[in-house]
Design a protein around this ligand. Structure first.
Ligand SMILES: *[C@@H]1O[C@H](CO)[C@@H](O)[C@H](O)[C@H]1NC(C)=O
Ligand SMILES: *[C@@H]1O[C@H](CO)[C@@H](O)[C@H](O)[C@H]1NC(C)=O
Length: 347
């Protein structure tokens, strides 16, 4: 989401060859997440990236359960997903209407999905449901942050808690193939920028939860793989809603941030899942921000990640002064934030 300074791009130019080899999959060809004949549950699948992911997984042979609130949109999405099926005679599709921001929504949802799935366990659960309403954190009411925490963090945390208890309960079978739990975070979890204060903390909390779960899951006999997808801007109905409240300074800082289509983001995310990646970034700026903030999170590739993490620490010497310079200049021109917020945020 952050606009990279020219210097940042220059600093990483030397490593592009390495990156190309990496993104072209020169290091691995095994599919770590085959979905043919598997059952996948996706939340937030009635529009945007979730809907694209559901359709693409159907095209790879998955049975798909989609979840969102709006029944008419679910029906419309399900028809589109069904039409993409690889084996229309054998694949099965279902929708469940649920509000992921409500406490304790997940257990009954999972029970319903398992019952529909002939009492077979789900194989893959992908939490995509989320929303962003940008604003200044101080000037906006705190309830805006709570709301976004409810859907973006708690929506995924409730699901994780319920499905891992299901998959890893003592009587649950120990199978050679892993189950997959996928969170959808945001590049803002790596580098938050002003204007996303009510949103970024929830996405960063998902990262911390995932880093904890990869450790905790080592203690169970059943195999569960955790993945986190970190999209940037996606051209979707959610993005148009978000744009309505986005402060001008946020738009300035995001200038040059490529906006991707939902199909492209979903395809890139699925590609990362098939490569067995843990943190999955779906565009060049996302890769850069992941390396710039990897810390102690598990690596996708020790060699590439180590080199790129080093390089990116130097890039911050140029990127940070550039970002802060833009914010100070904006503040000088616009005065106290309370004033330009009254003008309707986008002025
Ligand atoms: C549900 O989706 C339909 C179709 O997009 C839309 O017209 C309707 O307003 C939505 N309902 C709610 C409650 O959001
Ligand atoms: C977002 O809104 C601003 C006006 O506030 C407009 O200039 C810009 O083009 C919009 N961006 C998108 C991607 O719709």
């Amino acid at each position: 989401m952050a606009s990279p300074s020219i210097a940042l791009w220059v600093a990483i130019a030397g490593a592009v060859a390495l990156l190309s080899a990496y993104t072209m999959g020169a290091f691995s060809s095994k599919n770590h997440m085959p979905v043919d004949g598997k059952t996948v549950l996706i939340t937030g699948a009635s529009e945007g990236m979730g809907r694209s992911a559901a359709r693409q997984l159907a095209a790879k042979g998955a049975n798909v359960v989609i979840v969102s609130r709006n029944v008419s949109r679910l029906e419309e999405s399900l028809a589109e997903i069904k039409a993409a099926a690889r084996n229309p005679q054998t694949q099965r599709f279902h929708y469940i209407s649920a509000d992921v921001s409500k406490p304790d929504y997940a257990r009954s949802l999972i029970a319903e999905a398992i019952a529909w799935n002939n009492n077979q366990a789900l194989d893959i659960v992908w939490c995509v449901a989320g929303k962003s309403t940008p604003d200044f954190w101080v000037e906006a009411p705190l309830s805006l942050t709570r709301d976004q925490m409810d859907i973006n963090f708690w929506g995924s945390a409730e699901m994780a808690h319920a499905i891992i208890r299901e998959w890893c309960a003592p009587p649950a079978p120990v199978l050679p193939e892993p189950k997959h739990l996928i969170f959808t975070s945001s590049v803002l979890a790596f580098y938050p920028i002003v204007g996303y204060g009510p949103y970024s903390p929830a996405k960063a909390a998902l990262r911390a939860l995932a880093d904890t779960l990869v450790q905790e899951l080592e203690m169970y006999p059943q195999k569960v793989k955790i993945h986190v997808v970190y999209p940037g801007s996606i051209q979707s109905p959610g993005f148009d809603r978000e744009n309505k409240t986005k402060p001008k300074i946020t738009q300035i800082l995001e200038e040059g941030d490529p906006v991707q289509s939902p199909d492209a983001v979903a395809a890139s995310a699925i590609n990362g899942l098939e490569k067995g990646q843990y943190f999955i970034t779906v565009a060049f700026l996302g890769h850069v921000l992941r390396w710039s903030a990897l810390g102690g999170s598990p690596r996708n590739n020790w060699f590439v990640d180590t080199i790129m993490c080093w390089i990116l620490q130097f890039a911050w010497m140029f990127a940070l002064p550039d970002m802060f310079g833009k914010i100070r200049k904006f503040a000088k021109e616009n005065g106290h934030p309370v004033n330009y917020r009254k003008k309707g945020n986008n002025e």
